[in-house]
Design a protein around this ligand. Sequence first.
Ligand SMILES: [Zn+2]
Length: 288
Amino acid sequence: MLARVNPSVLLAACVSASLVPASPAEWNAQRVPAPGPAQAIGAYSAGCLQGAATLPPSGPGYEVLHLGRNRRYGHPELIAFVERLGRAAKAKKLGLLVVGDLSQPRGGPTPNGHRSHETGLDVDLGYAAPAGLRAGHVSAADRERLAPRPVIDLRTHAATAAWTPKTVKLLATAASDPAVDRIFVNPAIKRMLCEAPTRQEPWVARIRPWWGHHDHFHVRLKCPAGSLGCVAQNPPPDDGCGRSLAWWFSGDAQTTHDNKRQSDEHAGRKVPDACTALLAHPANVATR
Ligand SMILES: [Zn+2]
């Protein structure tokens, strides 16, 4: 027997389905990049990516972890940056570069872990490779299981044994790359750089404090030329070593963090309409 459905209820369901923005789960379910020329669209925290390139799991000087998260896609300039940094780290003997999340195949919001990484211009990189990670010899299980070593103790703000002069050189190399807009690190790292002679280096202004980031740093590239719909951030107002840095070690910073976490859970982020169109593209079948 057919259930009788009130037509107005059905209509309401259809209308709301067409108006509701795609959920992070839908963005995460994408398996291949959207075809077309590479375009970072929208803001780092409300955007998407057309024509993504894929970072190979392993390359000269770097290894990618957590392939199961489906987040090793980026604007071709981001892929080129990671490969460039891997090669530089190898040449300078700074240790194996450990790569975490980039973006999903079509960018967009992620169901967990990030407020940005939406336009294929953000990447998480380890400060220090996990013990036992050997270039070119990483098993599938190890790729999912291993994590980079923390360089800061979150409770005391002190550096751990994993923090070495090589870590500073890696940050300097990354932050000196002309494609880089800014790099987010734990506030204790920013403070160490500000209190050392490194404060005089121009790249230190591009290193910005953020909560967490004790085991990885977050590199954000500038909007690439040709990505006309990419929303740039204002340049940092100063070197970040002044009075604003002390705030990060205050109780207020902790309270702000707690409140932010709560509001993020309920925040609905609207991506540009051009992003919704990307999801509708039919060529979304996983191929080898
Ligand atoms: Zn990140």
